[in-house]
Design a protein around this ligand. Structure first.
Ligand code: SF4
Length: 437
């Protein structure tokens, strides 16, 4: 009997991508074939994002497209936590399940298209199925979040922090490395909070007990001998401990810290974790220990009540902090977020737009200046894509999909996943250009 075919659509952030990988792994293990085309598939599964209104629209659009091209559609993911929204627009979807509802998605798939599993064959590679290219993979260390940022509905969608044991995380990381993954991107909603819910409980990894603690996990991951990149870290004092590991080259000198703002009053209204930390001083201290530390962050322009002075503080902070990469979102009043009910005046759309433009122009200048300093250096670059004698890759300072790239010329053909030394010859606002040596 031919394997039933499932077309899978993965929308949203890297965290949603990890959920998708888990579902696809299960589908493959049960003998389903995965395809990217709706046409000719027996079923479509759409993993949605429901965070911002624009993402909700994209998700609803993807569901509509799947219904039009195929007709049999199961919806899961963040927007799946609001079945009414989905059913109002698309009453014909077969089933709606929420984020991380792996069992319910599988039950819905079984009901729509029964599996054709042949237990004689082991269909699944031991490290699971990765939707990212084989040379890098996301490693999710926890689910949910115990913070309550006022603009965010993730805790309502995904619940409080639930960490995996250190041994469980490390086993997965080891399998990935053994399967040829060269770079692991550690993700969660709040990576620095890892293990708090477990009271840092130890678990047996190789011959030793390892605590479920941010620094201990980072140290052990650093032993794997591959690139380890940390995302979604907050500037708590204990994060200082990880910087020496970066200086020693055990993990990448890269921190993705969603600062969101720099004005203490806006941060307070946002109810951000670690909002009282003096971030500029902290960044300076980190750079004293690890001078080539790259920091990437995201910010929100036009949060309710944000005054011109407060926004100016953010621009001044950018000038001082000189972080390598920064993304900016215009505030969106997400339905269900407490920030809408704080009694703060909404910032008009034109003003949000103007502030966003000012932010982007300022950061673009800073990023271009920092990149220019890399010209003339020789940097290790991991190759993501090749075309003849040219390739695109990333330095240690750039994460896939969100940061810039290095455009590489080479006399010999390069392969995806190679880590090569590149002499940097030019830079622009976001990217570097160079030749493999
Ligand atoms: S840290 Fe804040 S923004 Fe991030 S998931 Fe938790 S509540 Fe949401």
């Amino acid at each position: 009997m031919a394997a039933p075919r499932v077309s899978f659509v993965s929308l949203g952030c890297p965290k949603a991508l990890v959920d998708s990988e888990r579902i696809v792994t299960r589908l493959r293990a049960e003998g389903y074939e995965i395809t990217r085309k709706h046409d000719g598939a027996d079923l479509v599964v759409v993993n949605t994002c429901g965070f911002l209104d624009s993402a909700r629209d994209e998700s609803l659009g993807a569901i509509g497209q799947a219904l039009a091209e195929n007709g049999k559609v199961i919806v899961t993911g963040c927007l799946g936590a609001e079945p009414d929204v989905i059913r109002k627009t698309h009453p014909n979807v077969l089933a709606v399940t929420g984020p991380q509802a792996y069992e319910s998605v599988m039950a819905a798939v079984h009901e729509a298209v029964p599996p054709a599993h042949d237990p004689k064959f082991d269909l699944l590679p031991p490290q699971g199925v990765k939707l990212t290219p084989r040379h890098y993979a996301y490693l999710k260390i926890s689910e949910g979040c115990s913070n309550r940022c006022s603009f965010c509905i993730i805790p309502a969608l995904r619940g409080d922090l639930v960490s995996r044991s250190a041994a469980d995380v490390l086993r997965e990381a080891e399998k990935l490395a053994a399967a040829g993954v060269k770079e692991i991107l550690v993700i969660s909603q709040d990576t620095s909070a890892y293990g708090i819910d477990l009271k840092y409980q130890t678990s047996l990894w190789r011959d030793r007990e390892v605590r479920a603690k941010f620094i201990d996990l980072a140290r052990e991951l650093g032993e794997l001998g591959i690139w380890i990149r940390l995302h979604y870290v907050y500037p708590y004092p204990h994060v200082d401990e990880v910087i020496p590991l970066m200086a020693e080259g055990r993990i990448l000198p890269y921190l993705d810290i969603p600062f969101q703002h720099a004005s203490p009053s806006v941060l307070k209204n946002m109810r951000r974790p670690a909002h009282q930390e003096k971030t500029l001083e902290r960044i300076k201290r980190w750079r004293d220990i690890c001078p080539d530390l790259a920091i990437r962050s995201t910010f929100i322009a036009g949060f309710p009540g944000e005054s011109e002075d407060e926004f100016q503080q953010l621009l001044d902070w950018l000038d001082e902090a000189r972080i390598d990469r920064a993304g900016c979102f215009k505030y969106e009043p997400v339905k269900g977020a407490r920030s809408n009910d704080l009694g703060l005046e909404a910032v008009p759309e034109e003003l949000k737009e103007a502030r966003w433009n000012r932010f982007m122009a300022r950061q673009q200048q800073i990023s271009a200046q920092l990149l220019k300093k890399k010209v003339g250096k020789r940097l290790p670059v991991i190759i993501d894509a090749t075309q003849g004698n040219t390739a695109t890759g990333r330095s240690k300072y750039d994460a896939p999909e969100i940061d810039g790239v290095v455009h590489v010329n080479s006399r010999r053909p390069l392969r995806v996943g190679d880590i090569v030394t590149v002499k940097i010859e030019a830079s622009d606002a976001y990217d570097l250009h160079g030749t493999a040596v």
